[in-house]
Design a protein around this ligand. Structure first.
Ligand code: NDP
Length: 491
């Protein structure tokens, strides 16, 4: 045993330290009691006259009443976006860019407030909303602001033109970041948008409406309709939309595809994933352990590109699993607003039930489960970090997207076998490779059917880099120059 390993073992057996709580102040954000819809640049009451309550998943405390948009509300938002488009699409591109730059700067200025709101409404640890979601959301607006007056250079000789009104539906795992991924390129290209946030996480989208007011976004350019899945369905069905962009489950993605069949409406789908994180015996093992933990426990595993299948070269399986379990025992589960927290609350009761059901299927099918000892809060929805060993490829936990902090460990002997197992899924969103050989990373990346392949890292994002899937993970790309193409037609 090396000196470092011996020291780590001593530390691990000494038990985890009790950190003093370091709670981010929730006073920085004040929610209204009720939020209407954001249509035509102002807040309006829903014609449906229907409301629902959004709660904090870590305490089950109600946070605000939210409008449930019905078909008439959706139609009103689409009309407002159409009206907005008439003006916005004729603006000088450099003037549109200024608006996007203003949004980016305001997001930075209000980052702390928005991060707290995101953690309260969604349950994710504040260190993630503060250090990942908010900086990346602002970066997306900065990035696409830069493209707004350079579209002719992005697509030389193709005469790019905006599509019109974009319907955009986002999920609950990265509410503000997914909003930024959708709205920034759409606006940069001269489109207007109607965005539907997820039912369980509408608050940062509604605060974003206020950011739009502050940034003097013209009326009708950004419209936000809150509600459940039926609101999303009304939006897709509305004949006035010129583009649909959806991020969420494969099931709903397919329903949207069916709905749009026969209509001349371009579609982008960013759906589920079951990424393989592939670890070779020559890698820097401790670095890989950090990457594996980040790959699956980041955002409670509510990540479409989560590294939820760990493929380990057989010769290092036992050593890696030992190190991983030791690292897992140091993860802190609890209050999302505590800056020490690594794993926050599960986003909803429904999602928790789904995780529990899949984990039970894992033990029933014969895999071996491990969870480090940890005390979960009594109120709210929680799930301890979990790994399964002895997993077979046919197990549901190796095939289905769990969307929770649950890792399935499988083994391989050769690079060919690793590729075959990694590709043995209906999904194809992302993958990770851990090895000291650059040539092997390139060889693998060529053969992996995944939209994004990370080498010796995981879950790394940059607005300049395109993101999207193969197979049932969807089609179309978000981010980078590719992300502009989804919001343009060419004359
Ligand atoms: P959904 O696909 O149902 O939700 C995504 C978005 O679509 C939400 O805004 C949702 O609204 C909306 N929506 C729901 N039904 C329709 C419809 N018929 N037409 C248009 N829009 C609709 O995902 P869930 O929230 O139900 O999560 C279920 C599973 O999906 C998860 O366990 C996970 O496996 C996967 N998922 C994958 C994501 C990804 O990023 N790839 C993100 C989220 C989930 P509302 O929330 O109001 O119901």
């Amino acid at each position: 045993m090396g000196a470092v390993e011996k020291q780590q073992r001593t530390l691990a057996t000494a038990g985890t330290w009790e950190y003093a709580p370091s709670i981010e102040s929730r006073e920085i954000v004040t929610f209204e009691d009720r939020y209407g819809l954001f249509i035509g640049g102002e807040e309006v009451a829903p014609r449906s006259r229907s409301w629902f309550t959004t709660v904090s998943p870590s305490t089950e405390e109600p946070l605000a009443e939210i409008a449930q948009a019905g078909p008439k509300d959706v139609a009103r938002a689409v009309d407002a976006a159409r009206e907005g488009f008439e003006a916005w699409s004729t603006w000088k591109p450099s003037e549109r860019a200024k608006v996007l730059f203003r949004i980016a700067r305001i997001l930075q200025e209000r980052a702390r407030e928005l991060a707290v709101a995101e953690s309260l409404d969604g349950g994710k640890p504040i260190k993630e909303s503060r250090d990942v979601d908010l900086p990346l959301a602002a970066a997306h607006f900065f990035y696409y602001a830069g493209w707004a007056d350079k579209l002719e250079y992005a697509f030389p000789g193709r005469r790019p033109r905006p599509l019109g009104v974009a319907a955009q539906i986002v999920p609950w795992n990265f509410p503000l970041l997914m909003l930024a991924w959708k709205i920034a390129p759409a606006l940069a290209c001269g489109n207007t948008v109607v965005l539907k946030p997820a039912e369980t996480t509408p608050l940062t989208a509604l605060l974003f409406a206020d950011v739009c007011r502050q940034a003097q976004v013209p009326p009708g350019v950004v419209n936000i309709v809150t509600g459940d899945g039926s609101t999303g369905a009304h939006l897709v069905r509305n004949g006035g939309v010129d583009k649909v962009a959806f991020t969420g489950s494969t099931e709903v993605g397919k329903a949207i595809q069916r709905e749009l069949a026969g209509r001349d409406v371009p579609l982008t789908l960013e759906l589920g994933g079951k990424a393989a994180n592939i670890v070779f015996d020559d890698c820097a093992l401790d670095q890989a352990v950090e990457g594996i933990v980040n790959g699956i426990y980041f955002n409670q595993g509510h990540v479409c590109c989560a590294g939820s299948r760990l493929l380990v070269q057989e010769s290092i399986h036992d050593q890696l699993v030992r190190k991983l379990k030791r690292r897992m025992s140091t993860l802190r589960v609890g209050d999302p607003l505590d800056k020490n927290t690594d794993i926050g609350a599960i986003n909803s009761k429904a999602q928790l039930d789904r995780i529990v059901e899949l984990v039970e299927s894992g033990t029933e099918e014969g895999a071996e489960v491990y969870q480090p000892p940890c005390r979960l809060p009594e109120k709210g929805w929680w799930f301890a970090p979990t790994i399964f060993t002895n997993v077979a490829q046919s197990h549901r936990i190796a095939q289905e997207e769990i969307f929770g902090p649950v890792l399935s460990v499988l083994t391989f002997r050769t690079p060919d076998e690793a590729v075959e197992k990694a590709n043995n899924t209906m999904y194809g969103l992302s993958a990770g490779i851990w090895t000291e050989k650059g040539s092997r990373i390139l060889w693998m990346a060529d053969r992996l059917r995944a939209g994004v392949v990370w080498g010796n890292t995981f879950n790394r994002f940059d607005p300049a880099s395109p993101f999207g899937g193969y197979k049932e993970s969807g089609f179309g790309r978000e981010g980078g120059r590719h992300g502009l193409e989804a919001y343009l037609r060419f004359e």
